[in-house]
Ligand binder design. Structure first.
Ligand code: FES
Ligand SMILES: [Fe+2]
Length: 383
């Protein structure tokens, strides 16, 4: 990874300035299109934040494991015992092989799939075949690298660099109280959908964070939400968009019910409606490509629900997502064009985008300081 400052166009103090919503410009297009920002995002944004992995129910019994890729790193979560959930890099200390190659499973010990080194669920190295003549080798030096893990409301989160991230409890502070009497922890995981979006991950996040595009991009969603009452609240680590639901014949309840759209920096969304949670995680694949995980949870998953409410919810979510994917891919091409660099915000409807971009600027400011302090810097500032 070449982290020389000259490789980061528009990472200047001027671009990192934090203006109020009324006066702020949007972030420069280079941050969405220049390939070097991909590595910077991994290191300074995704590795230094809490990332959703899965439902706790998938790790219910000792030995249950789930694998994933977080900030480009293979990880494995495993239930060590009733009290303890562990997370490790899914990387063997011999020559980098995988401890598990499937998405989930059950194991008494973690055995590397390459040459068979065996680790206990607590991460210590136990079995090392055919290593008798290897000198100055101590198994104690070759335990798995642990990762910070938290469970909250029946979901599992991890953080690769917790010393650079806010404490998990601080990140989600206030959410459970705000959505009361709705709760998340009794919802049951039903299904995961995965979408690929040919745009930078920030394009997808920006788009999620504003209701401004709803009338033109999502005419059917307009008919479900009471758009005139749409509001955005901002908090230290997340923003909340909410809107009462219109009365009517749809899967989401009635006008006494709220839809809550939480965005937790940098890439997690909790979409809460009565008896239903959809959680999204946006993963950067390349500078011009990302994927989005959609996990669906419901209060009840009976055959009647599956054939009615849930079927309707999945179909409608997919429909809205296809509309978002299409517009995001167009926007990526627009941001990459000669015609665009920075825009402005609607005060009424784009406060969430502004809030996200301020958090991003804070992460980039740290990156810039590190870049300037690095050995590669030979005087001068990033352009
Ligand atoms: S890489 Fe794991 S045993 Fe060789
Ligand atoms: Fe949308």
């Amino acid at each position: 990874m070449d982290m020389a400052p000259e490789n980061y166009p528009d990472l200047s103090l001027h671009h990192l300035e934090e203006d109020v919503l009324e006066r702020s410009k949007t972030i420069p297009s280079a941050w969405y299109v220049h390939p070097s920002y991909h590595d910077l995002d991994r290191k300074y944004v995704f590795s230094r934040s809490w990332q959703y992995v899965c439902s706790s129910a998938r790790l219910a019994v000792q030995g249950d494991y789930v694998t994933d890729i977080v900030a480009g790193n293979p990880v494995i979560l495993v239930r060590e015992n009733e009290q303890t959930l562990k997370a490790y890099y899914n990387v063997c200390k011999h020559r980098g092989g995988p401890l598990a190659m499937d998405a989930c499973g059950h194991a008494k010990v973690l055995q590397c799939k390459y040459h068979g080194w065996t680790y206990l669920l607590d991460g210590s190295l136990r079995g090392v075949p055919r290593f008798d003549r290897t000198e100055l080798f101590d198994k104690k030096d070759f335990g798995l690298t642990p990762i910070a893990v938290r469970e909250w409301q029946g979901m599992v989160f991890l953080c690769l660099e917790p010393s650079f991230a806010p404490p998990f409890e601080e990140v989600v502070a206030g959410i459970a109280e705000r959505i009361h009497p709705a709760t998340l922890e009794h919802l049951q995981f039903y299904k995961r959908d995965l979408y690929t979006v040919e745009s930078n991950w920030k394009v997808y996040v920006d788009n999620y964070l504003e209701g401004y595009h709803i009338p033109l991009v999502h005419p059917d969603l307009m008919s479900v939400l009471d758009f005139r009452s749409y509001q955005t609240e901002t908090h230290p680590h997340y923003s909340l968009q909410f809107s009462p639901l219109k009365d009517g014949n749809h899967a989401y309840g009635s006008s006494s019910d709220q839809a809550y759209y939480y965005f937790i920096f940098p890439n997690m969304m909790l979409n809460i409606m009565p008896g239903r949670l959809q959680i999204n995680r946006v993963d950067a694949k390349r500078s011009d490509s990302c994927s989005t995980v959609f996990d669906y949870y419901y209060s009840s998953i009976t055959p009647t629900d599956l054939d009615g409410r849930i079927k309707e919810d999945l179909a409608f979510s997919d429909h809205v997502q296809q509309e978002d994917v299409e517009i995001c891919e167009f926007v990526q091409r627009g941001l990459s064009s000669n015609a665009y660099d920075q825009g402005r915000f609607s005060y009424d409807l784009e406060g969430g985008v502004h809030h996200f971009q301020l958090s991003l600027k804070r992460a980039y400011r740290v990156a810039r300081e590190d870049l300037l302090a690095g050995e590669n810097v030979s005087g001068g500032e990033p352009s």
